[in-house]
Design a binder for this molecule. Structure first.
Ligand code: ASP
Length: 355
């Protein structure tokens, strides 16, 4: 029996054509659908045009609109496909994963590194994969991209030009789809435990080639979170976000007063992207971050230590740098990528309420 799928379009490279100042999204969801007629084989498809933006211009309020659009229709469809720019797709995937926990149908985010209208585009294959996920009956929020199916809380863009631009971080890749026909293979069960990912070599699409093709046609939170959000908890969508989450990337010589300045500016959570296993410079350094962490905690600001490493996660129990930070009240980001950690923290802050 055919499925009933809802396609939500938001812009991104997949919808881009060459404009006077470079690529910009112009194609509607209807136009994307018309250009890939084989998608209709999966059944009946309705289209919602949510916005037409480069994903760098998306805000948390757009995550809310996406989540609301899906939540209010989820009884009417077998699955959802959301087309999106790749640059911030990891954040949106993370946001929807947490906002739509317990959703009973699949939600598949996709996009492409080359515009749909470009020669050799990856858009068709990615759309086929996303529709296969949406029609699969396997509930939860996923990204379908370049043959990979990745849980929404594990999506990281690791390459700015390769077609195979994403990796699953902190948990096993959820599945694969065949680029030719979108045929799906799930690789992990819903109960699978997360583990550190690896980043295989990616195929590079030279930026010049990409542009000419376009022009030619115009806290250790993760372990209890399985790769499939949909089947583990009752559906209780959450839309409230507190955006006062800042990220500080440590560099040698960074000033601890960065933290206090952010607290003074009203931020309610500061994520520190530290080195290696996480942790911060201690009293052995003239740039000791520990007093600043203690000061933030004393005024109720959350401090979360993450790592600059792509894989492996933060482990505050390994080095003094992490143990002492934790003793001052810092939490560990665990193995969550920043893309999932930021929206998760925004949701938690909103739920906690406060000033
Ligand atoms: N700048 C584009 C976007 O994120 C990149 C892409 O979609 O690949 O909207």
């Amino acid at each position: 029996m055919g499925k009933h799928i809802c396609l939500l379009a938001t812009g991104g490279t997949i919808a881009c054509e060459e404009g006077a100042d470079g690529l910009r999204p112009v194609l509607t969801g209807e136009e994307l659908l018309r250009a890939v007629p084989e998608l209709a084989r999966c059944g009946e498809i309705d289209v919602i045009e949510l916005c037409s933006l480069d994903s760098s211009n998306l805000l948390p309020m757009h995550w809310q609109r996406m989540a609301q659009a899906i939540a209010e229709r989820c009884g009417q469809y077998d699955g959802f496909v959301l087309t999106h720019g790749t640059d911030t797709m990891g954040y949106t995937a993370g946001a929807l994963y947490y906002m739509l926990r317990g959703i009973g149908v699949p939600v598949a985010l996709t996009g492409s590194m080359l515009p749909l209208t470009a020669a050799g585009t990856d858009a068709r294959a990615n759309l086929r994969g996303a529709f296969a996920v949406a029609a699969s009956g396997r509930a939860g929020v996923y990204q379908a991209f370049a043959g990979r199916v990745i849980s929404g809380n594990a999506v990281k863009k690791v390459d700015s030009t390769a077609r195979d631009a994403f990796r699953s971080i902190g948990r096993p890749q959820a599945g694969t789809f065949a680029l030719a026909d979108g045929a799906l293979t799930w690789q992990v069960s819903e109960e699978a435990q997360p583990q550190a990912g690896t980043a295989p070599q990616a195929e590079t699409v030279p930026r010049a080639e990409m542009q000419s093709q376009a022009g030619a046609s115009q806290a250790q939170a993760a372990p209890q979170e399985g790769p499939d959000a949909g089947t583990q908890v009752a559906f209780a969508p959450r839309f409230a976000l507190d955006e006062r989450v800042a990220v500080v990337k440590l560099v040698p010589g960074a000033e601890p007063r960065l933290l206090t300045a952010l607290a003074d500016a009203g931020y309610r959570a500061v994520i520190i992207e530290g080195y290696g296993a996480g942790g911060v410079p201690t009293a052995a350094s003239p740039k000791n971050f520990l007093p600043a962490i203690a000061a933030l905690r004393a005024c109720g600001v959350r401090v979360i230590c993450a790592t600059q490493c792509t894989t492996g996660g933060a482990h505050l129990d390994t080095y003094e740098m992490g143990v002492l930070a934790a003793r001052c009240g810092a939490e560990s980001a665990g193995d969550l990528p920043l893309e999932a950690l930021v929206p998760k923290t925004m949701l938690e802050l909103a739920r906690e309420g406060g000033r």
